[in-house]
Write a protein that binds this ligand. Structure first.
Ligand code: COA
Ligand code: NAP
Length: 270
């Protein structure tokens, strides 16, 4: 439906789950796609999948931890040397685990803040000169925790709320440069690490599905469709938005479902 023929797309955290799904769809739409994450094995496997999706694209991977500024700078130098400029950046690296605030160490809180929030800022800063070259679109991958308080998720709630404020603030600062930036808020997405960690059984995932107004958990294509739209000219007047792609989950069901599931997870551990 959308053509990204010859466009340069970078997906940070693009080696598994939702973000890999996005990377593959951009590749299928004709883009050259670079993916980045910590694990060299995951990076290599993801690049192989991208080449299968579109053998004509110039696909490659870089390894870095978004918390390591030197490695990040090196990674973006590689991206600059290959692409020269970026048309679309997807920033989606994140970490999550369920923990009550009582049991969460300061370092556990800091780890998620460092990956999700400071890491996103560092990624955006490194990508900025390459997007500023010609203008482009940035998509941040947020979460319902950004605006739905959830027990066992204080670290993620704090971090993703910050991610969405990066989106809104930079939409103002960078709009005049021809750079649009929006957040996508995935709902519960089946078959992903993030959902498996929060609802670690088929029974719990089915329970979540019942709390979604559209009565199903999402899939990676649901999120990729939104990403291809938001990065396209069809969305050329959209910036600074936070778009839930969640079957209506964050309208009410998300908070109640995760409160119940969080308690069950606690009971099962003890
Ligand atoms: N419950 C409570 N605390 C936890 C935890 C859990 N399940 N998992 C990790 N922590 C704490 C650790 O105990 C540590 O704190 P401490 O030093 O006070 O003991 C801190 O978090 C950092 O853990 P560490 O394993 O050293 O972090 P890391 O940098 O290697 O990994 C994580 C980061 C913890 C976020 C890891 O889960 C990760 O890499 N996640 C990426 C994949 C993912 O989360 N996908 C879903 C995306 S939504
Ligand atoms: P995932 O498969 O674990 O994807 C996380 C990606 O980020 C991986 O490529 C991972 O690769 C990379 N990554 C993690 N920590 C990193 C770090 N410190 N530096 C660089 N890369 C790092 O998880 P997912 O469930 O698909 O989640 C993807 C995104 O969607 C996240 O932003 C998440 O918050 C959001 N989200 C997910 C859901 C859901 O239902 N799954 C719902 C709402 C929001 P490496 O391990 O190789 O680093």
């Amino acid at each position: 439906m959308f053509s990204y023929q010859g466009k340069n797309v970078v997906v940070v955290g693009g080696t598994s789950g939702i973000n890999l799904g996005i990377a593959k769809r951009f590749s299928q739409a004709g883009a050259n796609v670079a993916v980045a994450s910590r694990s060299e094995d995951k990076v290599n496997a993801a690049v192989a999948e991208l080449r299968l999706a579109n053998s004509n694209g110039n696909h490659f991977g870089v390894c870095f931890d978004v918390r390591d500024l030197d490695a990040l700078k090196q990674g973006f130098l590689t991206i600059k040397n290959t692409f020269a400029y970026i048309d679309v950046l997807v920033s989606g690296a994140a970490g999550n685990f369920p923990s009550s605030a009582e049991n969460l160490s300061e370092n556990g809180f800091k780890s998620v803040m460092d990956i999700d929030l400071l890491g996103s800022f560092q990624v955006l800063k490194q990508a900025y000169p390459l997007i500023n070259a010609r203008g482009g679109a940035i998509i941040q991958i947020s979460a319902p925790q950004a605006y739905v308080p959830m027990p066992m998720q204080v670290h993620v709630c704090a971090a993703k709320a910050g991610v969405d404020m990066l989106t809104k603030t930079l939409a103002i600062e960078w709009g005049r440069k021809g750079i649009r930036i929006n957040s996508i808020v995935p709902g519960p997405i089946a078959g992903t690490e993030g959902f498996d960690r929060l609802a670690p059984s088929a029974e719990l995932q089915a329970r979540v599905a019942k709390s979604v107004p559209l009565r199903r958990n999402g899939d990676c294509d649901d999120i990729a469709n939104a990403a291809l739209f938001l990065a396209s000219d069809m969305a050329s007047y959209i910036t600074g938005t936070v778009l839930p792609v969640d079957g209506g989950w964050s309208l009410g069901g998300a908070g109640a479902a995760m409160a119940e599931i969080g308690q069950l997870a606690t009971q099962r551990k003890s």
